[in-house]
Design a protein around this ligand. Structure first.
Ligand SMILES: *[C@@H]1O[C@H](CO)[C@@H](O)[C@H](O)[C@H]1NC(C)=O
Ligand SMILES: *[C@@H]1O[C@H](CO)[C@@H](O)[C@H](O)[C@H]1NC(C)=O
Ligand SMILES: *[C@@H]1O[C@H](CO)[C@@H](O)[C@H](O)[C@H]1NC(C)=O
Length: 325
């Protein structure tokens, strides 16, 4: 998740977007209306939000490090909800928390921790969904080997797969956090240099036993067959291709939602993700930078990186309104 090919880009965009607040407010009101959850946050940057259905709340990752929850049980459409911090690990200093996935079966959330500015540390951690205790913390890279852990998916056995945005690979970690192996393939790596600036990004586990992974700058999707020697295949797009891809979420076994800064795509496949087609698109609030998607009650909600306002930063989770291309 997160179009983070350059943190400088993010910081620059942030600086630019803080100044002309009046312009932003007028942009906001020009945005297509859909159901939205608004929440007040202590931070400007929120990379990923996932809906935790059994607990009626969103879990949000903090780019300044840590996790928060947005309980929605008492919300009305007009209220701005509070963001309640639940995890802040002192031993992770200023590392960011990026992609997250809710592993309801094991009552835990699995998150990616990453040193955004230096790319000198990546890790995966799991926290208990009831008391937020840390169940494991597994270092994946650093400080000598530059990498950038970005997003994570968990399979039926509880193994976690983490994308490396910098080095075009996955890391596999076992159910108790033990490091297992890297998953690498030349198919992941495009030949053109500028497509190496931000590589593997979003990842989901498909209930039939494979992973779907997105590549940031090419928009490519890959199928990784974890039951068959981690074989990697490019998902062949029929018709239009995706141009950028960020966070992913499965709406059903044959419908995938792909976030990107230019819009949200609903992608369909009828052959187990050997081939796929863009079926519908939903617009995004562009200046807030859409980085992720989550599903709540069969509806898709879009996570936006940027909050706006001072001292409280208001963030928006907006329902995606799809229309046929
Ligand atoms: C990836 O790492 C290389 C060094 O190995 C660095 O030059 C490059 O800027 C990094 N790219 C990103 C997107 O962080
Ligand atoms: C919802 O409201 C009830 C009654 O006012 C309160 O007890 C409960 O804590 C609230 N729940 C949340 C998630 O705010
Ligand atoms: C990230 O966390 C690791 C592990 O504690 C630490 O060594 C490193 O200095 C941290 N990096 C940043 C940028 O805070």
């Amino acid at each position: 998740m997160g179009f983070l090919c350059s943190t400088r880009f993010v910081l620059l965009t942030l600086l630019i977007s803080v100044i002309p607040i009046a312009i932003l407010i007028s942009l906001e009101s020009a945005t297509p209306s859909s159901h939205q959850y608004h929440f007040h946050s202590s931070g400007f940057l929120r990379e990923c939000s996932k809906y935790d259905a059994p607990n009626s709340r969103f879990i949000v990752s903090f780019m300044e490090g840590g996790l928060g929850i947005i309980p929605i049980s008492n919300s009305t459409t007009t209220s701005v909800l509070p963001e309640i911090p639940v995890v802040k690990d002192a031993d992770l200093y200023t590392n960011a928390t990026l992609g997250l996935t809710i592993d309801s079966k094991r009552n835990r959330v699995v998150v990616v921790i990453s040193d955004l500015l230096g790319n000198k540390y990546s890790a995966v951690a799991a926290y208990d969904l009831s008391d937020w205790s840390r169940l494991f913390l597994t270092q994946l890279s650093g400080p000598g080997d530059k990498s950038m852990g970005d997003d994570v998916a968990v399979d039926a056995e509880g193994n976690a797969y983490i994308t490396d945005l910098n080095k075009s690979k996955l890391w596999k970690v076992g159910v108790t956090g033990e490091y297992l192996l890297p998953i690498e393939s030349p198919i992941f790596s495009p030949a053109v240099w500028y497509h190496k600036l931000a590589t593997l990004n979003g990842i989901v586990y498909h209930p039939k036993g494979y992973l779907i992974v997105s590549h940031t700058t090419t928009g490519n999707l890959f199928k990784v067959d974890i039951m068959n020697n981690n074989e990697v295949k490019l998902v062949k797009m029929i018709g239009k291709s995706l141009s950028f891809s960020d966070g992913l979420e499965l709406l059903s076994p044959n419908r995938l939602v792909v976030a990107s800064m230019s819009g949200i795509s609903l992608v369909g496949s009828n052959d187990d993700w050997e081939t796929a087609t863009i079926l519908e698109k939903a617009p995004v609030v562009r200046h807030r930078l859409a980085t992720g998607v989550t599903v709540k009650d069969a509806k898709v909600y879009i996570n936006h990186l940027f909050g706006i306002g001072y001292p409280k930063k208001k963030h928006v989770l907006a329902e995606a309104v799809f229309a046929v291309l």
